[in-house]
Design a binder for this molecule. Sequence first.
Ligand SMILES: NC(=O)c1ccc[n+]([C@@H]2O[C@H](COP(=O)([O-])OP(=O)(O)OC[C@H]3O[C@@H](n4cnc5c(N)ncnc54)[C@H](OP(=O)(O)O)[C@@H]3O)[C@@H](O)[C@H]2O)c1
Length: 360
Amino acid sequence: MNEKSIGIVGATGQVGSGIVETLLKNNTYELLLGGRKIDKLREKYGKESEPIKYQTVDVFDEKSILSFCGQCDLVINAVGPSSLVLDRVANACMLTNVDYIDVSGDKTMKMAIEESITKYDSNISLVISAGVYPGLTEMFLAFLLQQNKEPIDNISSYFAGKGNFSETGAYDIISSLENDEGYGMTYYCQGETKKLTSGLGSPVNLPSPFHQVYTLPVISEEFMECLKDFRVVNAYFYNTFPTSKMLSDFIMIKAMQQFKTEAEKRGSARRLVDNYETQDKYQGFIIYIVWDEKGAKKTTWLQSNANWNYCSGIIAAITAMQMLDINLTNKRRCHYAQSIVNIEALFKHLLSTDYISIIN
Ligand SMILES: NC(=O)c1ccc[n+]([C@@H]2O[C@H](COP(=O)([O-])OP(=O)(O)OC[C@H]3O[C@@H](n4cnc5c(N)ncnc54)[C@H](OP(=O)(O)O)[C@@H]3O)[C@@H](O)[C@H]2O)c1
């Protein structure tokens, strides 16, 4: 048993379960699992025994999160909504000198954390966007770009997911629309985003069982950073929706920005969960990439038959295991997971699980 200890806040959630189960399979670390109710932790993971310990923690209570983080070498946050949690867990990690990973990302969170780094004069490793989207969407792109011998000028990436939202996830989707996270209706061109006049709601055929989906072009900071690292010239990213009705519902949320109170916003998140509750037993996601090579169209895709939230936990767990083995040199900033992980080792690990496959 490795003496290092990893703390997981939000351990009973959909993402938290993926983290805990992946770390237990690797059986190398002591785990401190946290949530607001110990009973829920016991119900899910059984009685405390090597290597698992439990602790009650509320990320909105500073004393409790400081006490939790202080016992670990690294803490992974899987508590949401991330738009409310923001830099709370990161701050506790800075104050207790413990490395930090978050499955969530976006520029608002990164800016909040970077402001705190200067305030606390911290020297720990801080990593965000260690989930599927953002996270694996960029890691898969980096994997392709690293493996391709020729530089790639034009590339398009499509993300599609099937399965139910958690209420926490739905709340975060609404917040990201409200906060204008990502650059909607744009594409990437030589280090900048440029406006698109088409591409909204276009039908695209993806491999089975996704079939026809409808596109929403959006460029994230994570995606841009990855493209800059590999000097890609033009790139497009499309989040996709299974029906055009679902896409227009999401656009309406953005257009109306109708939430006067927190209760209204929570209500809207609940409605999203209810309206889009699927009876489809298939859960999974796909990252589908198309690019030009010597005048010919090439495609590759990564597919998972597991829930997107659970897989986010797997990505965060692998990132954590890698981070405990390396010493990040540039610590005085908040990193996106894709830029600090060893991409080849991550995919070797991922492909050895039953959850992810890559089709060329
Ligand atoms: N990057 C990505 O691809 C990606 C994918 C999926 C999700 N996410 C993000 O990951 C986060 C978690 O999503 P999820 O679907 O796993 O949510 P979830 O299923 O609702 O789980 C939330 C977890 O946090 C705990 N929790 C809630 N409030 C807490 C608090 N104040 N203090 C401590 N623990 C608390 C909950 O347990 P108790 O209620 O018992 O405390 C539960 O264990 C969200 O922010 C979501 O947006 C990112």
